[in-house]
Write a protein that binds this ligand. Structure first.
Ligand code: IMP
Length: 418
């Protein structure tokens, strides 16, 4: 399951529902930058690293090798779930090959952002600096924690490098470093107890006739290669990364569900071609409660962008689409969909690689009638008003992907399976 816009598509809820029919749920990229909000009855859970499958008793959840594990944040989340009565015994595994994100990565993230020419608007969760260390072949992996001497020297070296970089930028955070270092090492013993070979566990589950859900974070337009670079996250968020980030081959994956919101949102910087004007933006932000689950930042909102949806369908090889938050559009009399972009060179139907051009395109819209009645009670596609079905049909057609799920509210029951 992958996000097909700029993240925040409502993936947490879709995972929560799909998790019911699987044995294992696996995160394969990103870190604590994700914020998956799930409602179970009247209780709200916001999960950053642990897959939302954890809210289903008896499901096992894994963090794959492609994830950068924020060790302190991970145990905060773990302990919070435990304190709220979720049984975690034997239910969480972390890849031995996953990299460990340490507190100084968060400091580096914030300082780098302050210094950057183009501000990405990161979540400040240390994602870029942690992946930089991984790609530079200087990172620390969970398997390194087996040897406490080795772990200490890797943590110290990483902290030392961070400190030098921070000092070169004129900042001083020395005191905080020492205590962070010790708490990282203290928590690493706990992490070792959860270490596993995620690829092997997944293959064993599949060979044993089980089902596995690979859960993407962020979205296609934030993918390091396929997104709106440089305004992207530092990992591959798209479906192929589900294989590399969890330790299996691509041939093991038989279904790819792409999640899109019934409109578009974006948090952080970078172009959003279908952005609303200020008044409509404010209205949709309120209707859809569009504030970041991780940072609380207000999200920019816009109409559904079928150019992006079609591109996402292609780069992910989608086999099905899940449309979320349809009910947020219930009160609008007209609803638009961007079908192509007008550029100085002519009309284009493919999502452009040049992010700077994307900021200047003028979307060409098709406008459909709204339905102006509540959809949150619909439980089958037939319960939806005709204009809502027409809207979904058009999304399906433009994205060239069959519709599989529609969400019309925050509760588990408010999902229509198609
Ligand atoms: P980073 O992943 O914190 O480095 O942030 C890079 C970009 O991705 C920024 O624009 C963030 O706002 C965005 N981003 C990261 N994680 C999420 C997410 O879970 N939802 C939406 N946007 C995200």
């Amino acid at each position: 399951m992958v996000g097909c816009q700029w993240g925040d598509e409502g993936k947490g809820k879709i995972v929560d529902v799909l998790a019911e029919d699987v044995n294992l749920v696996v995160r394969y990229q990103g870190g604590a930058n994700a914020g998956h909000t799930v409602h179970v009855g009247d209780t709200e859970f916001v999960l950053h690293q642990i897959p939302s499958g954890i809210l289903h008793p008896e499901k096992r959840c894994l963090l794959g090798n492609g994830v950068v594990i924020d060790i302190l944040e991970f145990f905060k989340e773990y302990d919070d779930l435990y304190n709220r009565g979720i049984d975690l015994d034997g239910r969480i595994g972390v890849s031995e090959r996953a990299h460990v994100l340490m507190p100084h990565h968060l400091i580096l993230d914030r300082i780098s952002e302050d210094e950057a020419k183009y501000k990405i608007g990161t979540t400040g969760r240390g994602i870029g600096p942690a992946y930089q260390e991984k790609v530079s072949r200087m990172g620390m992996r969970v398997a390194d924690l087996y040897n406490s001497k080795r772990a200490r020297s890797l943590v110290e070296e990483s902290a030392q490098r961070a400190q030098e970089k921070i000092a070169s930028l004129g900042a001083d955070v020395e005191k905080q470093f020492d205590s962070d270092l010790e708490s990282t090492l203290a928590n690493s013993k706990r992490l070792v107890e959860l270490a596993t070979d995620t690829g092997l566990e997944i293959i064993d589950a599949i060979r044993g006739g089980g089902r596995v859900l690979l859960e993407g974070a962020q979205g296609t337009a934030l993918d390091l290669d396929h997104g709106t670079y440089p305004f992207v996250t530092s990992s591959n968020t798209t479906a192929a990364a589900a294989a590399t980030g969890s330790g299996i081959g691509p041939t093991e994956i038989d279904t790819v569900i792409g999640v899109v919101k019934a409109y578009t949102t974006r948090v952080g910087n970078g172009p959003l071609p279908t952005a609303f004007d200020a008044a409509m933006n404010e209205k949709m932000r309120t209707l859809g409660n569009e504030f970041g689950a991780t940072t609380g930042r207000p999200r920019r909102c816009g109409w559904f962008d079928a150019v992006l949806a079609r591109y996402s369908a292609r780069v992910n090889g989608l086999t099905g689409l899940a449309v979320t938050k349809l009910d947020v559009l219930d009160t609008l009399s007209d609803i638009s969909i961007a079908t192509s972009y007008r550029t100085p060179e002519g009309i284009i139907e493919e999502f452009p690689a040049n992010t700077w051009d994307l900021g200047d395109v003028e979307p060409i819209y098709e406008t459909l009638p709204g339905w102006c009645e509540p959809t949150n009670g619909a439980r089958t596609i037939g319960d939806l008003p005709a204009p809502a079905r027409q809207y979904l049909d058009r999304i399906e057609e433009l994205a060239d992907t069959p519709l599989r799920m529609i969400s019309v509210g925050t509760r588990r029951s408010q999902i229509i399976m198609v």
